[in-house]
Design a protein. Structure first.
Length: 276
């Protein structure tokens, strides 16, 4: 078990990174609000089909400039939840409509926090971590309720497979599973790479742990199979990213926001051709 002083040290380091990065944005990174258009040559388009692992494309930017947010999908809409913005911690919730490539504003969550994660189970959105909070949003009634807290307060990433929410990373390489039916948490196989400020997406029953930070920004992607409780290496992100979020719509993994050389509005989509 991770000791409380170890957890506090990790959270302290992570939030120091937030304050430092926001200071950099305020002083000289205003170009982050003006994304550079991506142009593809005829040759690139011609050779697109033979690619083995898919492609990334740019989508409409989020209304709110932020990092250290979370995202989840309900009924084909991607919800961006919480995060931090120069350097306020946020309660904001925004929904992305992939069919129209547009965003709308939704009800804010009760607790402002960054480094949280989101999982959707039976139409309910669970916002966990960024502390030990676990708050649930029902989009039908537009209401939030409090659920059983995480055993350990930390920033996490999370994904849902077969009705179980997996909260990974934060202090080291943790992998904790939450069952909303029994309201219990259990420990699963740890990630190969210890990291915080990562993101998670689930495609075809496989959980992808993406990016994050550990002695430097990471483009590492590792895949977890809950059926065998094992991890394997997956294709890396094109660019190392920290404090990003992911969601899956129509079999594509959307990576949104985060920090690299500066804070991002960027939304990118990955379409896998095969499981790792």
């Amino acid at each position: 078990m991770i000791k409380n002083h170890h957890m506090s040290r990790r959270l302290s380091i992570a939030y120091t990174m937030i304050l430092f990065a926001f200071g950099s944005v305020a002083s000289g990174c205003s170009s982050a609000s003006s994304p550079v258009p991506v142009r593809h040559s005829v040759a690139a388009i011609r050779h697109e089909a033979p690619q083995a692992i898919g492609k990334w494309t740019t989508k409409a930017p989020m209304p709110t400039l932020r990092g250290y947010l979370a995202a989840g999908v309900i009924n084909g809409l991607l919800y961006a939840v919480g995060g931090a913005d120069r350097p306020s911690v946020l309660r904001k919730v925004e929904a992305y409509h992939p069919t129209t490539n547009t965003w709308t504003i939704r009800r804010s969550m009760p607790t402002a926090r960054g480094q949280l994660a989101v999982g959707v189970i039976n139409g309910i959105l669970y916002a966990v971590g960024g502390g030990n909070e676990n708050e649930a949003y029902d989009p039908v009634t537009d209401t939030w309720t409090t659920k059983a807290p995480m055993p350990t307060a930390r920033g996490v990433a999370a994904g849902v497979i077969n009705g179980i929410l997996y909260a990974v990373g934060g202090n080291e390489n943790e992998n904790d599973a939450y069952d909303p039916v029994t309201d219990t948490w259990t420990t699963k196989a740890p990630m190969p790479t210890a990291r915080t400020l990562l993101a998670v997406g689930v495609i075809n029953g496989i959980l992808y742990a993406v990016g994050g930070y550990h002695d430097g920004d990471l483009n590492t992607v590792e895949a977890y199979d809950p059926a065998t409780d094992t991890w394997t290496t997956a294709p890396s992100m094109p660019t190392a990213s920290v404090g990003l979020a992911t969601g899956v719509v129509g079999g594509r993994l959307f990576a949104i926001g985060g920090r690299g050389n500066h804070w991002r509005h960027k939304v990118q989509a990955f379409n896998p051709r095969k499981s790792p």
